[in-house]
Design a binder for this molecule. Structure first.
Ligand code: XUL
Ligand code: CO
Length: 444
């Protein structure tokens, strides 16, 4: 097999925080046990196929810059797909992360008919199975690309034309089965164009009903074929469309509840989507945990000054640690993982840049895990949270929540109170921020 990443001759290894080797991990020590679990099992890291192997560095102002021979327009599409897959698995193996994620169209080119597209995907799934057996890499999730082809210009499930819905449903059926054959741990739906450009031509009620119908069909089919992975919806507020219905975790949760799907579907939370929606990453995790729908993470980073999805590799240990703290406090990952939905900058054209990007992202998340685990072990945050609400475990709190009080009874109670205002206590925010800073400094 021809090597694509020949400059990286050996797998990336852990060398510890003092290493100056740019092609080594300083924090990701996969077998190290942290809070009772191997680091690898805590994080379940995945490389994404689309940015890393389909991305060519192009942007809206210019064509591709990256060295990706299989993307050259002259190549035969299926041999190009096989070359791309060989490079992808060479990369996964050398990076030493356990999972990958893909869209159907990332691994197999669209054919001239639906039937031909299915045949292409089946052939590439066979090829992927061979590489997965050879390297031990597993599939974190698969997903159907329901946004690139012009037929989806007005959405897939939410399209005004049922023919497009039907096409999308057929595509999802095929991709869900491909994911099942590859032993995928989850199946993702990201509603890239499930939203609108203008309300002037949009019937929102119909579109939401249609979107729910597709999700019900997915859940039904998952059970029919015995797929045991988790169905995940990935929230994003906008981009490519002006408004997307899966705006954030809270909107997705309301949607799932409204359509009776909250027990079947969870969320895949992407850091840069959270920030675009005006939230912190940790807020989205905490919202999902509170609703019981947390599933998985697309790990990346935005840019403070840019209001679009820049998909940088994770850079902030603190941001990741605060999210991971909520995950650990909620019991940790189950079928989910941390997928690097992140891309190289346009000028990062060397093959080794893909390694540097991932090594940095992996180490950021690994170090964040150490910080989050230290915060859990320290227990101070958990204690502050539980003491802050301790009144709710007392008699009054229990009576209010238990439905034993009314506005009338509480009014009567207030009139009868001898004392004045309830006592006010410090929220201790700055002290808690300092506590987090201490753990960020000390995590080793
Ligand atoms: C787009 C995005 C997607 C999904 C999968 O912003 O995050 O790549 O993760 O379709
Ligand atoms: Co994503």
């Amino acid at each position: 097999m021809t090597e694509f990443f020949g400059e990286v001759t050996a797998p990336i290894r852990y060398e510890g925080p003092d290493s100056d080797n740019p092609l080594a991990y300083r924090w990701y020590d996969r077998d190290r046990v942290v809070a009772g679990r191997r680091m690898e099992d805590h994080l379940r890291l995945a490389v994404c196929y689309w940015h890393s192997f389909n991305g060519d560095g192009s942007d809206v102002f210019g064509s591709g810059t990256l060295d990706r021979p299989w993307l050259a327009p002259s190549s035969d599409p299926m041999s190009a797909a096989r070359a791309k897959m060989a490079a992808a698995f060479e990369f996964f193996e050398k990076l030493g992360t356990p999972f990958f994620c893909f869209h159907d169209r990332d691994i197999a080119p669209e054919g001239t008919s639906f039937k031909e597209s299915c045949a292409h995907l089946d052939e590439m799934v066979d090829e992927a199975l061979m590489h997965m057996r050879r390297t031990g890499t597993q599939l974190l999730w698969g997903t159907a690309n329901l946004f690139s082809n012009p037929r989806y210009q007005a959405g897939a499930a939410t399209n005004p034309d049922p023919e497009v819905f039907a096409w999308a449903a057929a595509q999802v059926r095929h991709c869900l089965e491909a994911t099942h054959r590859l032993g995928g741990h989850n199946y993702v739906l990201w509603g890239g164009r499930e939203g609108y450009e203008t309300l002037l031509n949009t019937d929102m009620k119909r579109e939401l009903d249609q979107m729910a119908r597709l999700l019900h069909l997915v859940v039904e089919h998952k059970h029919r074929i015995g797929f045991t992975g988790t169905i995940l919806v990935e929230p994003k507020p906008f981009e490519p469309t002006k408004h997307q219905y899966d705006f954030d975790v809270a909107s997705v949760h309301a949607f799932l509840q409204r359509y009776g799907l909250a027990d079947e579907v969870r969320v895949n939370i992407e850091v840069n989507h959270a920030t675009l929606a005006g939230h912190d990453f940790a807020h989205e995790i905490a919202t999902a945990m509170a609703a019981g729908i947390f599933g998985s993470v697309d790990a990346n980073a935005g840019d403070d000054r840019l209001g679009w999805d820049v998909d940088r590799f994770p850079l902030s240990v603190e941001q990741m640690a605060l999210g991971l703290y909520e995950i650990l406090a909620g019991g940790g990952l189950t079928t989910g993982g941390f997928n690097f939905d992140a891309k190289l900058r346009r000028q990062s054209i060397d093959r080794s840049d893909l390694f540097h990007a991932h090594i940095g992202g992996v180490d950021t998340v690994a170090r964040a895990l150490l910080v989050a685990a230290a915060l859990v072990e320290d227990g101070a945050l958990a204690r502050v949270r539980s003491e802050r609400y301790s009144g709710w475990d007392g008699e009054l709190g229990r009576r209010i929540l238990g439905g034993d009080e009314t506005l009338e009874s509480l009014h009567g109670r207030a009139l009868g109170l001898g004392h004045g205002e309830p006592e006010r206590l410090s929220g201790r925010q700055e002290a808690l921020e300092n506590l987090v800073a201490r753990h960020v400094e000390r995590a080793r």
